[in-house]
Design a protein around this ligand. Structure first.
Ligand SMILES: Cc1cc2nc3c(=O)[nH]c(=O)nc-3n(C[C@H](O)[C@H](O)[C@H](O)COP(=O)(O)O)c2cc1C
Length: 158
């Protein structure tokens, strides 16, 4: 029966999974944006994200941000517009943008600050649960960059 039209044969297919918009990017912190400012930014991001269903991770290290954002399309698009005009960072490089029906990778994180040292582990976990081929390719590319250098090289290479 699972091969009949309308019954995808993929055993992981979940018709109840939400349609998620995902945006992954890296950027450079503006002059003067350091630990205290990043902590303030995270606090207000968590409050806002909780109200609009956005989850993800933010990494800050060596003056570079890396952020994974997932949530309802309209909300993620609004946040993307805000991010693009936020003077606290510049040189935004889009690494991934997709809209697909899937479960969240970071369901319990309204925006978790992850240290640059831990990002490899976080991304490897994400890679293990990722199913979308594009997500997998992007995550592998980022993991490779991190394995061979710093977050700075991730920004320069794109
Ligand atoms: C690196 C970085 C990551 C950010 N992440 C978020 C976030 O996850 N959620 C959020 O609401 N704002 C985040 N912000 C702040 C937004 O850019 C923006 O200031 C905030 O959403 C308020 O937007 P508005 O002034 O257009 O209402 C982030 C800012 C920076 C620089």
């Amino acid at each position: 029966m699972f091969d009949e039209p309308g019954f995808p044969s993929d055993p992981d297919y979940d018709a109840t999974a939400p349609t998620l918009h995902t945006f992954v990017y890296c950027s450079r912190a503006a002059d003067g944006v350091e630990e205290a400012e990043v902590n303030r930014l995270i606090e207000s991001a968590q409050r806002h994200n909780l109200t609009c269903g956005i989850t993800g991770v933010l990494v800050f290290g060596s003056g570079v941000f890396f952020q994974w954002i997932e949530g309802p399309e309209a909300e993620v698009r609004k946040l993307m517009a805000s991010l693009h005009s936020d003077p606290r960072h510049y040189d935004i490089v889009s690494l991934e943008e997709s809209v697909e029906k899937r479960e969240r990778l970071y369901a319990n994180w309204q925006m978790e600050r992850v240290s640059a040292d831990d990002i490899l582990e976080v991304l490897q976990d994400a890679l293990e649960s990722a199913e979308d081929e594009n997500n997998i390719a992007t995550l592998k590319r980022i993991v490779d960059h991190l394995a061979t250098g710093s977050l700075d090289s991730l920004g320069r290479a794109q």
